[in-house]
Design a protein around this ligand. Structure first.
Ligand SMILES: Cc1cc2nc3c(=O)[nH]c(=O)nc-3n(C[C@H](O)[C@H](O)[C@H](O)COP(=O)(O)OP(=O)(O)OC[C@H]3O[C@@H](n4cnc5c(N)ncnc54)[C@H](O)[C@@H]3O)c2cc1C
Length: 399
């Protein structure tokens, strides 16, 4: 068995990349996010305030943006990537623009993704980029395709919709093709369940084309959905039959409230697991399944859950699989769970920060999700704050 001496409590490793000043700023931010009423108010008001042109850019930039985003431009973000690299931490670059509709915007996003891939190929620690299909396709089109998923050619009312979907496929193909050539992985984010089916099928199509010898394209599986463990197994079966490698990024899922609310309003059964324990059970089951089939599955554990990360690390050790095996990778969002990322890196695991970048107004939806996720005192905020406080105290004592 490989030796492993991992502790997610080691805050010295976790925050070595942060100065005292940065650590204090993080403490202030997480303390503020500990007030759910404040976060609720902020997440409702910020999108409107941004539209009014009030001078809030500066405040956002220095606080929540700095904590969770690499920069407004690729050039700015390069600096953060370089700092992470010094600690053996890799980067998943995410051009974090969301919710921009229109063919011109989709073409522009495609160009931007290609620019990011070309940049990543020049760096030693950026093995992946992430993309959202809603950055390349109209939400309404994805929803139409989702509602009649098995009738691909017959569902369109107009010729124009067929042409529109073909353009989405071309954009996706262009991104994956250059990524394959430059040896950069493409992680396709999972989104709302009512548009996910065409995203899954498009991603599988790309895997079939590009994942022959190595894993270039990865789909995302949200284990907060009760049907996804089965979906993972089906995807694996299809990959085996068609002779390609399956790439998967395992997440719990980011849209739980929205999913439940929509199901309730429209009177259909919620796709979400009955409780957190059920999500955790399926997540860990999926981890075990993928590690069991690591010869044909490229796995990314995308989670802040200490138990799930530890489980994967221990499974690798038990099976004598090397910590930097090309088919296994760990990832946490930039600004969160540094205790997991940096301690895994110390043990030689392939681990990265998911690092978004983009103009402030464009990354607002991402920032609002981070604020909400960090707003419950019992959850992530409590953990982050406790770790930050511990490290501040440790540094004070060490002086
Ligand atoms: C690198 C990276 C990439 C990501 N990419 C995506 C993506 O493409 N798509 C996406 O949707 N999300 C994505 N996420 C976010 C992810 O889905 C989770 O929201 C987030 O990471 C929290 O889950 P966790 O595993 O870290 O930990 P935990 O804190 O253990 O779990 C919290 C999660 O558990 C689930 N949960 C909580 N309460 C309940 C309940 N009552 N019933 C059922 N389930 C419950 C929810 O999913 C919640 O977010 C990504 C996260 C990372 C780190």
């Amino acid at each position: 068995m490989l030796a492993m001496n991992i502790s997610f409590d080691n805050t010295e490793n976790a925050f070595a990349y942060k100065t005292d000043k940065e650590l204090k700023a993080a403490k202030f931010l997480f303390s503020t996010m500990g007030y759910p009423w404040f976060v609720q108010l902020g997440t409702r008001l910020t999108p409107f305030i941004m539209k009014t042109g009030l001078p809030v850019h500066g405040i956002i930039r220095k606080t929540i943006f700095k904590q969770f985003v690499g920069g407004e431009t690729l050039e700015e973000t390069a600096f953060v990537g370089e700092v992470l690299g010094r600690y053996g931490v890799q980067v998943i670059l995410d051009y974090g623009v969301e919710g921009k509709e229109g063919e011109d915007n989709f073409d522009h996003a495609t160009e931007e993704f290609i620019r990011v891939i070309n940049y990543a190929a020049t760096q030693h620690n950026i093995p992946f980029i992430s993309i959202k299909v809603t950055g390349l396709a109209r939400f309404g089109l994805l929803q139409t395709l989702n509602d009649a998923p098995r009738l691909r050619s017959g569902i369109h009312d107009h010729e124009s919709e067929i042409a529109e979907w073909d353009r989405v496929r071309e954009r996706m193909y262009a991104i994956c093709e250059i990524a394959a050539e430059k040896n950069i992985g493409v992680l396709v984010d999972a989104e709302e369940s009512w548009i996910q089916d065409p995203i899954d099928r498009l991603t599988m199509e790309m895997m079939e084309l590009f994942n022959k010898e190595k894993v270039v394209v990865y789909n995302t599986i949200q284990l907060y959905r009760h049907d996804r463990l089965h979906f993972l197994q089906m995807s694996h079966q299809i990959a085996r039959q068609q002779g390609f490698l399956l790439g998967v990024k395992l997440v719990r899922g980011a849209y739980m409230e929205k999913e439940r609310e929509r199901a309730r309003i429209n009177g259909y059964a919620s796709p979400i697991q009955p409780d957190k324990a059920a999500t955790d059970k399926d997540y860990d089951h999926a981890v075990r399944y993928c590690v069991e089939h690591l010869d044909k599955i490229g796995l990314i554990i995308a989670s802040h859950n200490e138990q799930s990360n530890l489980l994967a690390a221990e499974l690798l050790n038990q099976k004598n699989i090397s910590h930097n095996h090309p088919h296994i990778h760990f990832s946490q969002l930039y600004g969160m769970s540094d205790n997991i990322t940096f301690n895994l890196a110390k043990e030689g695991f392939g681990v990265s920060k998911y690092l978004p970048f983009g103009p402030i107004r464009d990354v607002i939806p991402y920032l609002m999700r981070r604020a909400q996720e960090n707003s419950s005192v019992s959850g992530q905020t409590g953990r982050e704050l406790a770790l930050i406080r511990k490290e501040i105290a440790r540094r004070r004592q060490a002086k």
